[in-house]
Design a protein. Structure first.
Length: 188
């Protein structure tokens, strides 16, 4: 069984991206588990804090969970035509010290999906993540895409209710599961 860590790039309790991530886990093929992790307890990156107190426990726990997983699935909102600061902040912390990058991220399969309340979806955010994944040495899944536009119509009460979109997510997860299976174990 393959196991990936799913991380939403939104901290909102009613987040469209968190709901999309849960739906992705539900629609994943048998034998492919999405273990959802939170970035809510990760503080803003501050080099002084790192120097004085070291890596915060919430960061260490998440780094270890990613390092033990077969892959990572991000559900990323799009803010100002780019990536969300809270998720980028979590990545910045997890790349410290830089000697940990290969252990945590190196050759790890990664996918990114996203939902937006606007008509543009999250296409620009997903593209903006590519240089970050490349720098971290992650292996990006590009076989299919999920960028939900006008998500508040497709996601209601925390559930993905649009049947066509559920099939798109199911197709993505089937492709991502195969990709993870082919690429798992790269740096471990």
């Amino acid at each position: 069984m393959a196991n990936v860590i799913g991380i939403s790039g939104s901290l909102r309790s009613g987040s469209l991206n968190s709901a999309l991530l849960r739906a992705a886990g539900e629609l994943a093929p048998a034998g492919f588990a999405v273990d959802i992790a939170s970035i809510a307890d990760i503080p803003l990156y501050n080099g002084d804090l790192e120097e004085q107190q070291g890596i915060p426990p919430a960061v260490t726990v998440l780094k270890d969970r990613i390092a033990a997983a077969d892959g990572v699935l991000f559900a990323s909102p799009e803010y100002n035509n780019s990536i969300p600061g809270v998720l980028k902040n979590a990545i910045d912390w997890m790349s410290r010290p830089s000697s940990d990058i290969k252990r945590v991220f190196g050759d790890r399969p990664v996918g990114v999906i996203g939902a937006s309340g606007g008509a543009g979806g999250t296409r620009l955010s997903q593209v903006a993540w590519l240089p970050v994944f490349r720098l971290l040495g992650m292996t990006f899944f590009s076989g299919k895409s999920v960028f939900v536009a006008t998500g508040s119509q497709s996601i209601q009460d925390g559930r993905l209710v649009d049947e066509k979109l559920r099939e798109v997510v199911r197709g993505y997860m089937t492709g991502f599961a195969s990709f993870v299976e082919r690429n798992r174990g790269g740096s471990r």
